[in-house]
Write a protein that binds this ligand. Structure first.
Ligand code: NDP
Length: 248
């Protein structure tokens, strides 16, 4: 408890799934939390209410992370409403598995835009607010598919590989400013993000050393740790909550 006392965090893709669990955990640990979402508005507002019940301030901001003007406005709203921004969790993502022969240029470009342009824009704007404060924490949601790839997930895997190297480059650039940049690389988490059948999920779970899929709650300890003072010597590192599927 209170490992993030007094910090202000922005979690993109914070209304559902992993981002929602992280936003709630941050509030439990004493942070005020803004979440950015794009489509599912009721989930965003219900989370603000839940965080309010924990005694923390919260904001839900509609922000498409691929839009420069929306990301700039979102950061300004966080600073105006919550005072500053200490922690960015760049977590927004989409999943559209396709055979390569059926993937359109639009599919490819959207995947790159949400994951890579979104990571770039949110990091740039957060850095502009964090650098004058000489402190900050950025955590990027990566994926083990960014290491190993998977058939039909070519665009997603390439985008996540890009996010991993972006995160590491940024870690080197921002560490001298007192900003720690790291990532979390989940295995398959049962959020509904990936449109897999129950049979495929069961088979995947059975193939894992831990014999079960991850839950959003399984992910949060890494995000809390990387935003806390305990992670003070972590720079450009990835945590791998994946049930043992890969051990990079
Ligand atoms: P969810 O579908 O629950 O979360 C995705 C989130 O991204 C939603 O909040 C969604 O908002 C938001 N989002 C999508 N597009 C945009 C956009 N253009 N601008 C702003 N927000 C956007 O899935 P997960 O929680 O599972 O996924 C969260 C992250 O975890 C993603 O980056 C994903 O790649 C990564 N990940 C997930 C794994 C899994 O197995 N689930 C495994 C490894 C990584 P809205 O609801 O409003 O549309």
């Amino acid at each position: 408890m209170n490992r993030l006392q007094g910090k202000v965090a922005l979690v993109t893709g914070g209304n559902t799934g992993i981002g929602r669990a992280v936003a709630l955990a941050y509030a439990v640990e004493g942070a005020d939390v803004a979440i950015a979402w794009v489509d599912r508005e009721p989930e965003a507002h219900s989370l603000v209410a839940e965080i309010g019940k924990l005694g923390r301030k919260a904001r839900a901001i509609r922000c498409d992370v691929t839009s420069e003007s929306e990301v700039v406005a979102c950061m300004n709203e966080v600073v105006a409403g919550l005072g500053r921004i200490d922690v960015l969790v760049s977590n927004a993502g989409i999943q559209r598995p396709r055979p390569i022969t059926e993937m359109t240029v639009g599919d490819w470009d959207r995947m790159m835009a949400v994951h890579l342009r979104g990571a770039f824009l949110t990091a740039r704007e957060a850095a502009r607010h964090m650098i004058p404060n000489k402190r900050g924490w950025m955590i990027f949601t990566c994926s083990q598919l960014g290491y190993i790839g998977r058939e039909r997930y070519t665009a997603y895997s390439a985008a996540k590989a890009g996010v991993i190297v972006f995160m590491r480059s940024l870690a080197k650039e921002l560490a001298p400013h007192g900003i720690l940049v790291n990532g979390v690389s989940p295995g398959l988490v049962d959020t509904g993000f990936d449109p897999l059948s129950a049979e495929v999920k069961q088979a995947h779970a059975a193939s894992l050393p831990m014999k079960r899929l991850g839950t959003p709650e399984d992910m949060v300890s890494g995000y809390v740790f990387l935003a806390s003072e305990e992670a003070r010597y972590y720079c450009g590192q990835l945590l791998h909550p994946n049930g043992g599927e890969i051990m990079p």
